[in-house]
Design a protein around this ligand. Structure first.
Ligand code: GN1
Ligand code: MG
Length: 368
């Protein structure tokens, strides 16, 4: 057993992928709230090599073929632009390792698995160390989105319907509250009230999209800092990972999620709410990095909405955590009692802090 996982099924799955050499070891990687992730080391003719394996969560992603289809479409699009080179503007693309039967993922008794080559010489970070790193992360996600502007959006499947829609998240929260299957509502009256008093905010972006005032774009959809791989020697962003939620959405979702996570002064599940807030220096670095990365592709309206998006996405993720707490923790992995409620509290406190700092967070767009 390793961290609660039986080793044998993981090794058996890893051995089904077209990897040369002998499997030496496999270890769990604590990453994300959805999939189970492991790193394996193989002894190959030219030395050891590492791979990353993920058992995909099919309770969250009901249509794994569609998820894999999207990842392949996006990777192929980027690779076409690379025209045989190893990198594009200094960025690499994750290599999916096929199964021994030449499929992009494996279906076996222990679940549905995919494998990537590990990009050596890089690391991912859970905490932002300085403004330069924030700038780099934002530049990378902005670059990524700009590269997807000429990808035919109809080629992507909507793997999680209305994933980015705050009105939809509000409805899911209201449904969980109405059902209250674990009788948890009485234990989170303040959080429920917080969610409900801000419900008007939920409709702003969807209305702008409907009226065509901001464009729909293909977005990454999960722009946590730890979804960027940084070069160990130069500290530059080298690769964007976790393409699970690459779908049509709105650009500002990616920016908002970046602020929520990367500029946070605390962990996402911090229990001491006095520590929660948004670091304004990191926030400015994220604005600059994102504007640099998107390279002039954002409209004036989008740029002006950047601080609002930070608040909205933080509120939206808070709604999702609270809804899952009420529903009995069926979506996000939890590691302690009340974990989702703690996460929701952090998001809501962060929204409150951003409301207080709205003026300082304003972004002025130049020109049209
Ligand atoms: C989930 O598991 P991870 O970290 O890749 C979630 C995101 C949330 C995030 C909150 C498919 O992402 O949408 O923003 O947790 N992914 C899915 O930490 O729901
Ligand atoms: Mg993710």
């Amino acid at each position: 057993m390793t961290d609660g996982f039986a080793l044998e099924p993981i090794q058996a799955a890893a051995n089904q992928f077209a990897i040369e050499g002998r499997l030496v070891s496999v270890q769990p990687l604590q990453r994300g709230h959805i999939h189970d992730t492991f790193v394996s080391t193989w002894s190959q003719h030219d030395g050891p090599r590492r791979y990353l394996h993920q058992r995909m969560n099919d309770k969250v992603f009901h249509d794994i073929p569609a998820v894999m289809h999207n990842i392949e479409m996006v990777s192929r699009h980027l690779r076409r632009k690379m025209a045989g080179a190893d990198t594009l503007d200094g960025f690499r693309v994750m290599d999916l390792v096929p199964t021994r039967e030449q499929r992009s993922y494996l279906v076996c008794d222990s679940g549905q698995w995919r494998t990537y080559s590990f990009i050596e010489g890089t690391t991912s970070q859970d905490h932002c160390k300085d403004p330069q790193q924030a700038f780099e992360a934002a530049r990378a996600f902005g670059w990524f989105q700009a590269q997807l502007a000429d990808l035919d959006a109809t080629s992507l499947r909507e793997t999680l319907p209305r994933f980015f829609s705050t009105p939809h998240r509000l409805q899911q929260f209201e449904d969980a509250l109405a059902e209250d299957p674990r009788n948890r509502a009485t234990g989170c009256v303040d959080e429920i009230r917080f969610a409900q008093t801000r419900h008007e905010m939920a409709f702003v972006i969807d209305d702008l999209l409907k009226r065509g005032e901001i464009p729909q774009r293909t977005v990454h959809g999960d722009t946590k800092l730890n979804n960027v791989l940084f070069c160990n020697t130069t500290d530059q962003a080298r690769c964007i990972v976790d393409l699970d939620t690459c779908m049509p959405g709105y650009a500002l979702y990616d920016f908002g999620d970046l602020v929520r996570f990367t500029a946070a002064t605390s962990d996402e599940d911090e229990q001491d709410l006095d520590k929660v807030g948004t670091d304004q220096t990191l926030y400015r670095a994220l604005v600059d990095g994102y504007l640099t990365g998107t390279g002039g592709t954002l409209s004036k309206r989008e740029i002006e909405l950047m601080p609002f998006a930070a608040r909205l996405v933080t509120y939206t993720i808070g709604l999702r955590f609270l809804a899952d707490h009420l529903a009995g923790d069926t979506y996000f992995k939890v590691h302690r009692d009340g974990h989702n409620l703690d996460r929701a509290r952090v998001q809501f406190r962060m929204v409150e802090r951003m409301e207080q700092e709205a003026e300082a967070m304003a972004v002025v767009a130049e020109g049209q």
